[in-house]
Design a protein around this ligand. Structure first.
Ligand code: GTP
Ligand code: MG
Length: 460
């Protein structure tokens, strides 16, 4: 029996009370192992793949635990590529524990990610697809789910394989030129080679440029609400959340500790922070809160800086713009390009104002203003629906490998332009290919595998 076919077991549904819970077993002999504890054992042992068997599971004959439904999958037609049984029992943690206790006499618990590791080792998934399984389980909102789903379907892998093939073709041209340098063969077309490296580089860079957005989709957009005390931050926080999470009062300095919640903005995952109002304060607790506001602003993707509209009532457009710039200039310069000025409580203005360069006018009493706000955030981060219909890197490890590939391509181009010899160009192209192969897992080391799969939860 090799290391990876030893039978393993884990619950694959969340702990707690539910209609049903499912326990998965995978590995050589796992069907026989379950057969020792069910009433219809002969039926189970003879069962073809993809059949359901309704039976009773017992610890010992006469000591029934539960009526269960067994789903049988025979190798290689299962998630892991091995023989698998999934036991659906009633969703009661005591029942799940008793079933596991009894089966664990014959096998061991699966480690986090071990089912998916086996799927990868049995070529059921490539490495980027295996990682997509984890992203899918952890995805926060619907857009993140669809990015992970598409990767799971091999969209990214397919695109990377195409790029890899183009690099290999370019490398073959170089290798040919090296091998047959002393023979009377037509000269290699340098312009064509250089053009093809350029075009690969272009596509790889395009994928890299979208990597930042991919990361945001995966981790959630960090939006921090900041501004002077009483500017309406907590009210906007509650309005975006659609429930009264934060305390709102007319007294400046209400919020001290920051609050953090997840919402979905047009389907994109957003982590939103309500912070303590910014002002000079001698109060120890308030000062600590304000210091924390600055820490959060530095970590943010977007800062919504609120200015109470009643403070600009009656001012000209020009002086409003000036005020908006003035407020920005009170912030550290590295925060300027992620800051959006929001004129809050717009309902208090005698005349309605249109959002413009100076800022967005909005009121928690008028939901239309919130729509403009979310559109502005997505536009600023260049997040659009169409992004999700193209190959997208949503994983930091993949982005780093792609950047290694790009560096190799740049070096290859450089060696070609400076006539260093085809050996150098071929070497750099090989470096670029192997960086891509790291994503697809063609040449992954044990360490790398362990690192990737240890991020998984038990049962995957
Ligand atoms: N008319 C109107 N009043 C608002 C609006 N948003 C907030 N307010 C009022 O403004 C006051 C302050 O609101 P908060 O949301 O607590 O302000 P904050 O920025 O969180 O204040 P601190 O936590 O003290 O920094 C409250 O009395 C709110 O009811 C709005 O859109 N329109
Ligand atoms: Mg507040």
């Amino acid at each position: 029996m090799n290391l990876y076919s030893e039978p393993i077991l884990a619950p694959i549904t969340p702990a707690g009370y539910a209609a049903i819970s499912v326990i998965r077993l995978s590995g050589t002999g796992c069907i026989e192992l379950v057969a020792k504890h069910v009433k219809h054992s002969a039926k189970l042992l003879k069962s073809p793949s993809h059949r359901l068997i309704h039976t009773t599971l017992y610890s010992e004959p006469g000591q029934d635990i539960d009526d269960v439904l067994l789903s049988v999958f025979r190798a290689p037609n299962s998630y892991t590529g091995e023989d698998c049984v999934e036991i659906s029992c009633h969703g009661n943690p005591n029942i799940v524990n008793r079933i596991m206790e009894c089966l664990l006499q014959h096998c061991r618990m699966a480690k986090p990610g071990e089912f998916t590791l086996r799927a990868y080792l049995n070529s059921k998934l490539d490495l980027s697809q295996a990682e997509a399984v984890n992203d899918l389980i952890n995805a926060q909102a619907s857009k993140a789910e669809s990015a992970a789903l598409m990767q799971l379907h091999g969209y990214l892998s397919q695109y990377l394989r195409q790029i890899g093939q183009r690099i290999t073709e370019a490398r073959l041209h170089c290798e040919l030129a090296i091998d047959f340098a002393d023979q009377d063969l037509p000269q290699i077309d340098l312009d064509a080679l250089s053009e093809s490296i350029d075009s690969i580089l272009h596509d790889a860079r395009e994928l890299e440029a979208k990597g930042q957005q991919g990361k945001i989709i995966r981790d959630g957009i960090k939006v921090v609400l900041a501004g002077a005390p009483n500017a309406g931050k907590s009210s906007l926080f509650n309005a975006l959340l659609q429930h009264n999470r934060a305390i709102v009062t007319p007294h400046p300095g209400t919020t001290r500790d920051y609050l953090e919640e997840c919402i979905s903005l047009s389907g994109f995952p957003v982590v939103i922070y309500d912070t303590a109002g910014l002002r000079d304060s001698d109060h120890e607790i308030e000062s600590l809160g304000i210091a924390q506001s600055y820490v959060l602003m530095r970590q943010a993707d977007i800062i919504l800086y609120l200015i109470d509209s009643s403070k600009i009532s009656g001012q000209t457009e020009e002086s409003i713009s000036e005020q908006s710039l003035l407020v920005q200039s009170t912030l550290p310069p590295e925060l300027w390009n992620k800051t959006i000025i929001v004129f809050s409580k717009a309902d208090l203005l005698p005349q309605p104002k249109q959002s413009n360069q100076a800022g967005i006018f909005c009121s928690v009493q008028e939901p239309d203003g919130l729509k403009v706000l979310s559109e502005t955030i997505l536009k600023r981060l260049m997040l659009s629906e169409e992004l999700l219909h193209k190959p997208l890197i949503t994983n930091a490890r993949h982005l780093a490998a792609l950047q290694k590939c790009i560096a190799g391509l740049i070096q290859a181009k450089h060696s070609l332009e400076s006539c260093q010899g085809f050996e150098f160009t071929a070497f750099e192209l090989a470096t670029a290919s192997s960086a891509l192969e790291e994503i697809l897992g063609v040449i992954s080391t044990d360490d790398l595998l362990e690192k990737i799969f240890s991020n998984f939860c038990i049962g995957k």
